[in-house]
Design a protein around this ligand. Structure first.
Ligand SMILES: Cc1ncc(COP(=O)(O)O)c(C=O)c1O
Length: 485
């Protein structure tokens, strides 16, 4: 049974779906960033039983899509400052449509030859964009978590080649080293690789939230002397909490001295590595054995798009090349590039199209300009916080993350515990009101407001607006605090 529509109807449906996207984008200046509906309200339209007879697509688009849009948090919005999520690009919208229209499987060259070449170029360009020339080494994956997993997987295989067949039992425990500010996906990856999270040494950071390299090296020495097998150092090129960039050059030196793999988690920050004003902070990135980078963060590519850059290209190939009789059609060669031999997935979406189109349309110039704008806006916001008597900055603004807190300047004396509660309430209240959205974190035992900007739509109007909004909601909360405490 052919499921296709008549061409004219398909054309109208495409137009109808496009209208929804157009009106969503047009409404961004006014829209709430968050919604305030209860989980029950959000679930309500989707509680029905699986239909035997379907519904007309026109009705599905009309009845459900506005509801879904309305009940989604809009990281598209210029007033979104939560987590590390970009606004996405309209080029990405087009690319996703074209990708679904073609629906190729980019696993094998003979299934998707143009897609294979597009991905090779996308990976090469991403490496160039951050100043990491890994040759062709790397692959597009779902996001930063998977990209980090790939780096650690290849590191493990290179340093303990027997583990693939023999497992870890009987081998010396493999240990790795990263700052205590490292993203949780590194711990997840360590667990998935069977290394044991207790073998991930979380090294303390300095006051600027960068890893203490001396202590890290001491830990490597201690483990080696105790008969363990140190194999990898993970450096941060932009931590999730504060955006701190570790001293990558010093970490590369330690890795070299001890013969360890050097992996850099640049999921967030590596995109800024060649942006004027901050590029010096990333010195040493180019010496990494592997780098995780997330085009769906600062490069504004719609979800999902991550990239694992691996210098040891054969290591990646060895990690993922398996043969199966039914997959042997046409010979694999340098010319016929089979992505299934370099990645975990067999069936693979053509996610390279949106990454490549983004770079092809905007070029490195515009994308770097977006990052430079974001950096400057957050520096200015940091300066405003420093100048204010009712806000306190809690960490340096290394990239585009500002960690701070509201400290009412009049009224009662606020102890640390009450300030923590007040700032937590402030975050909840902002989310409930929906005009701006930011999230929080804990820094040195204190509750921080955390504003992160990786959005090309945000201007100074929104960053000023954010502070004014926090001040006004904060004043309201503080004024009625006896009841709320
Ligand atoms: C530093 C860092 N590493 C890794 C990740 C995980 O990336 P993803 O969410 O794309 O899996 C994040 C996500 O915010 C991150 O900030």
């Amino acid at each position: 049974m052919n499921l296709d529509f008549e061409p004219e109807r398909f054309r109208r449906l495409l137009a109808q779906a496009s209208e929804q996207v157009l009106s969503l984008h047009a409404s961004l200046p006014r829209s709430r960033v968050t919604h305030a509906s209860s989980p029950r309200t959000v679930a309500e339209p989707f509680l029905g039983i699986l239909p035997e007879t379907g519904m007309e697509p026109e009705a599905v688009i009309q009845d459900f899509i506005p509801f879904i849009f309305e009940h989604s948090t809009l990281n598209l919005s210029p007033r979104f400052f939560a987590y590390i999520m970009s606004g996405g690009s309209q080029v990405g919208v087009l690319a996703d449509l074209l990708c679904a229209g073609l629906n190729v499987n980019s696993a094998k060259w003979h299934l998707a030859s143009a897609a294979a070449e597009v991905e090779r170029t996308a990976v090469r360009w991403l490496g160039e964009f951050i100043g990491y020339r890994s040759g062709p080494g790397g692959a597009l994956v779902s996001g930063g978590s998977e990209a980090n997993l790939y780096g650690l997987r290849v590191a493990r295989d290179v340093h303990a080649p027997d583990v693939r067949e023999q497992g870890l039992a009987g081998s010396r425990p493999l240990t790795l080293y990263a700052s205590e500010e490292t993203h949780s996906c590194i711990t997840k990856s360590v667990e998935m690789l069977g290394l044991g999270s207790s073998h991930l040494r979380k090294v303390p950071v300095h006051a600027d939230f960068r890893v203490d390299v001396d202590r890290l090296e001491q830990a490597v020495r201690r483990d080696a002397n105790a008969g363990l097998k140190p194999f990898c150092i993970v450096g941060n090129a932009g931590t999730v909490n504060t955006g701190a960039v570790d001293d990558l050059e010093a970490l590369a030196d330690v890795a070299e001295r001890h013969g360890l793999w050097f992996h850099v988690d640049g999921a967030y920050g590596a995109a800024a590595a060649r942006v004027e004003g901050v590029r010096g902070r990333f010195k040493g990135l180019e010496r990494a054995d592997s780098v995780a980078l997330d085009p769906h963060k600062w490069l504004q590519v719609p979800f999902e798009a991550g990239c694992a850059l691996i210098r040891d290209w054969d290591g990646l190939r060895r990690a993922f090349t398996y043969s199966a009789a039914y997959l042997q059609a046409r010979s694999d060669s340098e010319e016929r590039w089979d992505w299934m031999g370099h990645t975990f997935q067999l069936s693979r979406a053509f996610r390279a199209l949106k990454v490549w189109m983004q770079l092809q349309v905007y070029g490195s110039g515009k994308l770097r300009a977006v990052i430079a704008d974001n950096l400057q806006l957050m520096q200015q916001l940091g300066a405003e916080v420093d100048a204010a008597c009712d806000f306190e900055r809690l960490a340096p603004v290394s990239l585009s993350i500002l960690c701070f807190r509201y400290v009412p300047s009049v009224g009662r004396r606020w102890d640390e515990a009450s300030l923590d509660m007040l700032n937590a309430r402030l975050l909840e209240e902002c989310e409930r009101r929906g005009q701006f959205f930011l999230t929080g974190t804990r820094l040195r035992g204190r509750t921080a407001l955390r504003a992160c900007l990786v959005n090309h739509r945000t201007t100074a109007a929104e960053t000023h607006g954010l502070l004014a909004h926090l001040r006004s909601v904060g004043e309201e909360l503080a004024a009625s605090w006896e009841g709320g405490a």
